[in-house]
Design a protein around this ligand. Structure first.
Ligand SMILES: [Zn+2]
Length: 281
């Protein structure tokens, strides 16, 4: 390693600047949404089996809740525009705008060239967790999704119930697409209930036992018509490992709620991003 320069301490001592101050993002009228939620009625539910995934549809202006049932369990969530699967959840930009983990009042943003809110988080029973002594927190947008390719790379395995494969099968079953086509539409996830961070000494991605308990939930408001796909991760609560059948796994419940007529006055489904897409040509 080269010797540090004489002004190394000065350079390291420069205070960071937030890349994307987010106070100019379109505002969230959380009071309006929570008020509408009070009289919303349940219209659908899907129970996601352990080590498997299921798709669900949520019309714009409806709510969907993901609940831990039976035991601690982490979920890997994909979202698409129901009418255009090219518009999908953009984990990296959501991270850049809101931070490594998301909670109430924050949004899940869609891919280019759409870049608009797909869903807004309206309730999070794990909000109390905050950031722990290891730098860990809940509901991350830093992991990708457990997948069979990384397992093969690291240990030569052929495991078929990673979230990537679960999401692929569920999308294929729901849409009728062939597996290779569906696979290409699967994308980096919101890790629902997962507790993760980066180690301070080596900067490595870590996970630890999720603080989620049966009854805990994360609830969203759909800003556009959504196709959701949720995998109950083979890692269970992700306390030790994933990508195997070793961990205790539990189902996850998805419920959809329709708002009562007239309770969302003033709310409008967001238009796709306003950039003109000429890219200087
Ligand atoms: Zn997983």
């Amino acid at each position: 390693m080269p010797n540090p320069p004489s002004d190394a301490a000065t350079r390291r001592g420069i205070a960071p600047v937030i890349c994307y101050p987010n106070d100019t993002l379109p505002s969230v009228d959380l009071d309006l949404l929570l008020d509408a939620r009070k009289s919303a009625r349940k219209t659908a539910e899907v129970l996601v089996p352990p080590r498997d995934a299921r798709c669900f549809e949520v019309p714009a202006g409806h709510f969907f809740r993901i609940t831990s049932v039976e035991g601690p369990q982490v979920g890997d969530l994909n979202l698409w525009n129901l009418h255009d699967l090219n518009e999908r959840f953009y984990s990296g930009k959501t991270r850049a705008l809101h931070g490594t983990h998301v909670t109430t009042g924050e949004r899940l943003w869609s891919s280019f060239p759409y870049l608009r809110p797909m869903a807004t988080i309206v309730a999070d029973t794990l909000d109390w967790y905050g950031i722990d002594q290891y730098g860990g927190s809940v509901h991350d947008v830093i992991g990708t999704r457990c997948d069979p390719y990384t397992g093969n790379l690291l240990s030569g395995t052929q495991y078929h119930h990673c979230c990537h494969s679960n999401l692929t099968r569920a999308l294929a079953d729901h849409t009728g697409l062939e597996i290779p086509v569906a696979e290409r539409l699967v994308h980096d996830v919101l890790n629902v209930f997962m507790c993760t961070g980066f180690t301070r000494d080596t900067g490595q991605y870590f996970m630890k036992a999720s603080p989620v308990r049966p009854g805990d939930y994360l609830e969203f408001f759909a800003e556009i018509d959504l196709l959701g796909d949720l995998s109950a991760c083979p890692g269970g609560d992700c306390s030790s490992e994933h990508s195997s059948d070793t961990a205790a796994c539990h189902p996850l419940l998805v419920e959809v709620f329709a708002p009562a007529e007239g309770t969302l006055s003033g709310w409008q489904s967001p238009a796709p991003n306003g950039y003109d897409r000429t890219h200087g040509r």
